[in-house]
Design a protein around this ligand. Structure first.
Ligand code: HEC
Length: 134
């Protein structure tokens, strides 16, 4: 009984540790603005992913240009962290799902091939953030 509860605690702590190893400030200042950005020929991430039913769920920003409050960003961060493997961009769904298949991405993304290559500056910014988490 005691033991079962202890191992449940350890499992929860392990999940938290993954989120904690990712830098929230870098996320808020560099990564999150990418979700608001208009990319040529595509709708913005926020348009489809605010309040969406997929695992990539963003809060509804008060203002779609200036973005989220800090409290909202913390909620976004929790969802986004679940789509990331700290230290390993290639294993992170956040990067691989919206990437074109020719560039190593998934075959299908409901929002299209948002990134045509791994040299896309925004893709690289997100990758650098993920690499920084260990
Ligand atoms: C036109 C609408 C649309 C846009 C714009 C869009 N997406 Fe999506 N996205 C979807 C839909 C629909 C799904 C669920 C179906 C699927 O798996 O593709 C999805 C799924 C995802 C998933 C997988 C979530 C899960 O549940 O596993 C990720 C990660 C993702 N999108 C990232 C992005 C990123 C990053 C951007 C912006 C660069 C973006 N999307 C822009 C529609 C969109």
């Amino acid at each position: 009984m005691m033991f079962a509860r202890l191992s449940a605690c350890i499992a929860v702590a392990a999940g938290l540790a993954a989120a904690q190893s990712l830098d929230f400030e870098v996320y808020r200042t560099k990564v999150e603005p990418i979700f608001l950005k208009h990319r040529e020929g595509h709708a913005r991430c926020v348009v489809c992913h605010e309040a969406s039913n997929s695992a990539f769920r963003l809060q509804q920003p008060v203002d779609k240009t200036s973005g989220w409050t800090e409290e909202q960003s913390r909620k976004n961060f929790q969802f986004v962290s679940n789509l990331v493997k700290p230290g390993d961009p290639a294993a992170s769904k956040l990067l691989i799902h919206p990437l074109a298949p020719e560039a190593g991405g998934d075959k299908f993304h409901g929002g299209g091939h948002q990134f045509t290559s791994q040299d896309d500056p925004d893709w690289k910014t997100i990758a650098a953030w993920i690499r920084g988490g260990k």
